[in-house]
Ligand binder design. Sequence first.
Ligand code: ZN
Length: 327
Amino acid sequence: MKLSHKWLSMTILPLILGISSIIGCSSTDTTDTINSETSNSNNQEETNDQDQLDITVSIIPQKYFVKKIGGDRVDVNVMVEPGVTPHTYEPKPQQLQALSEAEAYIATGVPFEKVWMDRISQANPEMLTVDSSEGIEKLTMVDHDHGHDDHGHDHNHNEEESNLDPHVWLSPRLVKIQAQKIYETLVELDPKYQETYQTNLDNFLQEIDELDNKIRNNLANLEQRKFIVFHPAWGYFAEEYNLTQVPVEVGGQEPSAAELSNLIKEAKTENIKVIFAQPELSSQSAETIAKEINGEVLLISPLGQDWSDNLLEVSQTFAKALKEDNN
Ligand code: ZN
């Protein structure tokens, strides 16, 4: 990734437009606070480090989920490092090697898993592998289809399945399903602590309900409910909260000039002032649109470390931006 270029455009463009960008999450967040209510809630013997379950997950938000349910009993390793997207990520050889220590790999249906799952399993045949997105009915990934002129993008990927939206961790309702699956996995590995995991699961489900209520409140009574975003990660979120996501990307790529000009027209017609992008992806076209509509680019991350706080913050950012759009 061209980091310097990205930072340059992120730093300079807002200055030109006289606006500010919001970074969805800070990479210095720690997960220390996550365990606070889960430590030693039963009176079984003290756990020591050797006794912990080693769980590997694909993406950062899953670490939050597994820690919520596993507490001190689990040590969670994440494959996709901060700042990288699971769409382009490839495991490093030492990451595959490190899987020999893992008791379980909890997948979530992100694209790299399809290519790598066999090799991940082979790296440790003893390891339990589960997909926590199993049982979730997936949406089709939206592509905006303005114009539909032939400009060389590869819209038809090999399998129909590859067009399913993998971003199931961005809907609180769907995270409840994933939490249940994670709970079952931990109980299967470690039945002695079933009661602890059950208590932790109940607490987490309650946290999710509270978060869902807050998000609903933040997004209530907005007249403008349509937003433009570079990478369409927010399909499940939009569906849950009655928003409409308009993607800039086409089939995972920057749009053509014609598509870009259609988006600019749409933004002007709809009086949209904010284009969303994410810190993990450089998005020149989002900046181009913002400039053309005399608006701004705001960054929201689908991969925030503190999942609850991040989603709450995103809902506040949406609410503020959509209100501005309408003025
Ligand atoms: Zn994505």
